[in-house]
Design a protein around this ligand. Structure first.
Ligand code: HPA
Ligand code: ZN
Length: 337
């Protein structure tokens, strides 16, 4: 990739729509928090922990990701983790971010729901006050746990309804189809929450279909396997259902063998509202601009694709119409000269 295009993808205004905040926990911070909170880790050093990041599939990653999150205990821990992410996002010219958090990962360890959401939300408020960065929270249900557990989590979250804008579905996809959470999502829709779900990462295109038909989600997280079904691909394009694609995640979890095999360009060529996101940046080798630069290096993507991806990221966001337009205008102004 020439240096002009590299400069463009790095500096262009962008939104991030698929980031698990627990996946932004860097090994150094894991060790610092373990020490601060007197939590024992199964790894002797930062290097040893980093060496364990040799994933073979989604589950092998999730095992380590949940272990890493075990050092988070206080409101300040959740603030510090989120603040570190927001600083990196700002450096990558992310102007707006919609952040996933996994309350069940923490409440099952005895951490209060309020501790989790208050710490993360305080960091978002600080970023808005200091830099004018906008952000919002999306609460994810862990799909390997039960429907009952998800309902209990929703109940715990309701007193904090003003601090999150939507719900999502993450964790082990295979064997946990979207329809397992049909009633929870129906309730969330009644509550006026935005709805998204991970689907078609490792799971089949049928999971994308049921996420749309049964859960009535507005965006699909990952969704890269949609191209296996031509009718589904046409539907996603026609209905402008955004896909929050995470190239380095797909590479590290072996959804693809090499980045040059990624189908991002085919997704864009099929008219899909595809976006680039980091997923779990501390585990997958990079934040937003690492994902952009490496993907642009691996695929024959051009300046027009950069502009499309930046526009898509704001178009696909849950911002109100006038703020969305303001950001879209900012993208177009950036690409004018
Ligand atoms: N997929 C499913 N669950 C997750 C992921 C992912 O990529 N990251 C964190 N939880
Ligand atoms: Zn994800």
């Amino acid at each position: 990739m020439d240096s002009t295009l590299r400069n463009i993808v790095q500096k262009m205004p962008k939104a991030e729509l698929h980031i698990h905040i627990e996946g932004s926990l860097e090994p150094e911070l894991i060790f610092a928090l373990a020490e601060r909170n007197l939590v024992a880790l199964n790894y002797a050093s930062v290097d040893e922990l980093r060496r364990a990041y040799a994933f073979t599939d989604l589950q092998s990653f999730l095992d380590i990701y949940y272990a890493g999150a075990s050092v988070l205990l206080t409101e300040q821990d959740f603030f510090d983790m989120t603040w570190a992410y927001l600083q990196r996002a700002k450096a990558d010219h992310v102007l707006h971010t919609e952040i996933f958090f996994d309350p069940q990962t923490h409440t099952t360890r005895g951490v209060a729901f309020s501790t989790v959401i208050d710490g993360i939300h305080r960091a978002l408020r600080e970023a808005r006050a200091r830099w004018g960065m906008s952000g919002a929270l999306i609460m994810c249900f862990l799909r390997h746990l039960s429907e009952e557990d998800a309902f209990a989590t929703l109940e715990q979250a309701l007193p904090y309804r003003d601090k999150f804008i939507g719900v999502g579905l993450d964790s082990s996809e295979r064997g946990n189809p979207p329809e397992k959470f049909a009633r929870v999502f129906a309730r969330c829709k009644e509550l006026g929450l935005h709805l998204v779900a991970h689907a078609g990462e490792e799971g089949p295109p049928a999971y994308i279909e049921t996420a749309l038909d049964v859960l009535q989600v507005e965006r699909i997280d990952h969704g890269v396997r949609c191209l296996e079904d031509a009718a589904l691909t046409r539907r996603l394009a026609r209905d402008k259902i955004p896909l929050t694609v995470c190239p380095l995640s797909n590479l590290k979890l072996r959804v693809i063998d090499k980045l040059s095999d990624h189908n991002l360009l085919q997704l864009l060529d099929a008219g899909l509202v595809a976006t680039i996101n980091s997923d779990d940046p501390a585990y997958f080798g990079g934040y937003m601009n690492d994902n952009f630069v490496q993907t642009f290096e691996a695929l024959p993507l051009q300046r027009k694709h950069a502009q499309q991806l930046a526009r898509n990221s704001f178009f696909a966001s849950f911002l109100d119409a006038s703020t969305k337009q303001k950001y879209l205008d900012e993208v177009d102004t950036f690409f004018q000269d």
